[in-house]
Design a protein around this ligand. Structure first.
Ligand code: ATP
Ligand code: MG
Length: 395
């Protein structure tokens, strides 16, 4: 079957009242960007509360659907057969052949025809069009049965300048178009969790920047490349990501030298947050995002999270906070980051971990330990920020 258009049904943006156009325009912007890399000529238009993709000539159907299924804000993608004739007998012929191809003989289906008359000048009423098309289907496709209350197939016919026929809905990712809800700074490590946390925040319309703490020579170039690759996978959903790669080695070594080893992870995490916030302010991001979930490891007990949060002035979003590991893994598989996340390159937190990290740190105690860094750490932080490498990661 050759589909010449897609009808895009959108999720929550349908309920945004007077600001709806802002969301629709952002959706169209994101769809345009997503389709840019797909073979074919696509024209996106907005009409009467709907968004259509009209397609000129040949194109790659699978690629187009895949690209659209990563655009947040889309609830369903409906592939449409377009009939370039207003003649009712042509329309009936096309509808019958659509049904024959989409629901071939052999599996009985119930159906109902729904007509929407965008072109009010069309000489037949909607009800009459539905009834006559229903009759044509019944006589040409005897395996199809009418059920007006609970049909298995809802066959939609839209009478516009051309005639649009569709019945299938491919699920989109839901959420809101990226760009409609500001931007946030993702602390992106090479693990399973943070890419998922980025995805989930972007799903609510938030654009992403990211920061990765690199600790050469303890962490390798391959570990860094893995993070760039993860950022690229996330950017297929979020759009381009400005990734700051911070050299964290000196700060880590200094903490290792001067602070109690069971507190290393917490203190390190606090410095990561402080630095991430500096980049967030510079980039205009309004919040931080991490992949933490309560109790997953020592640095994610509620006491540890309180200690980490204490150094932030921005809100810290932790979209995975209530998720079990397996639930996070399931999402990472769905969004295709899992295989990259499990590549076995060391991350900087695994090198400096203590045998028995504190699980119930107190802010007071941690602040006391951090005072040992006063006078030396400030310049190191400044140096780390000033020498960071910024990579623009495009989908
Ligand atoms: P992940 O799977 O995301 O690496 P994790 O389970 O390994 O998470 P931690 O290592 O405790 O957990 O890290 C918690 C969060 O801190 C991560 O989800 C990430 O947001 C951030 N983080 C940890 N290490 C780094 C790093 N090297 N660079 C940037 N962010 C980091
Ligand atoms: Mg990690």
């Amino acid at each position: 079957m050759r589909y010449q258009a897609f009808l895009i049904k959108y999720a929550e943006i349908g309920i945004k009242g007077r600001n709806r156009y802002v969301f629709e325009n952002a959706l169209i912007h994101q769809m345009t960007a997503a389709l840019r890399s797909v073979n074919g000529e696509f024209h996106i238009s907005k009409e009467q509360g709907r968004v259509y993709v009209n397609i000129e000539g040949d194109y790659d159907y699978e690629d187009a659907v895949e690209a659209l299924s990563r655009v947040f804000g889309i609830a369903y993608i409906c592939p449409v057969v377009v009939v370039d004739s207003q003649d009712f007998s042509d329309i009936a012929k096309e509808v019958v052949s659509y049904v024959k191809e989409t629901y071939p003989e052999g599996n009985e289906k119930t159906f109902k025809v729904f007509t929407r008359r965008g072109n009010k000048k069309y000489p037949m009423e909607s009800m009459q069009i539905s009834a006559e098309l229903g009759g044509a289907i019944l006589s040409e496709c005897p395996w199809m049965k009418v059920d007006v209350h609970d049909p298995e197939v809802s066959l939609h016919v839209e009478v516009r300048e051309k005639i649009y026929i569709y019945s299938e809905s491919i699920p989109g990712p839901g959420g809101m178009p990226v760009g409609t809800n500001g931007s946030a700074m993702l602390l992106l490590s090479g693990g399973i969790d943070s890419p998922v946390a980025g995805y989930m925040t972007a799903k609510r319309g938030v654009a992403l920047d990211a920061v990765y703490f690199h600790a050469p020579p303890y962490t390798s170039e391959r570990a860094k490349q893995k993070v760039v690759d993860l950022a690229r996978l996330v950017s297929r959903y979020s759009g381009s990501i400005r990734l700051h790669v911070v050299n964290f080695t000196d700060i880590q070594l200094k903490i290792y030298e001067l602070c109690p080893h069971e507190e290393l992870t917490i203190i390190m995490r606090r410095y990561m947050m402080r630095i991430a916030e500096m980049f967030a302010k510079r980039d205009g991001a309004m919040a931080l995002i991490t992949g933490e979930s309560i109790g997953q490891v020592a640095s994610q007990t509620i006491q540890s999270l309180v200690c980490t949060d204490a150094v932030c002035t921005m809100p810290v979003f932790r979209p995975l906070i209530g998720f079990d590991k397996q639930e996070i893994v399931d999402i990472s598989q769905k969004i295709d980051t899992y295989e990259t996340s499990i590549l076995p390159y060391e991350d900087c937190c695994t090198i400096f971990v203590a045998k028995h990290p504190v699980t119930k740190p107190s802010i007071k105690q941690i602040e006391k330990s951090e005072r040992k860094l006063t006078g030396v750490i400030e310049d190191m932080v400044k140096e780390a920020v000033d020498t960071a490498e910024t990579i623009i990661v495009e989908p």
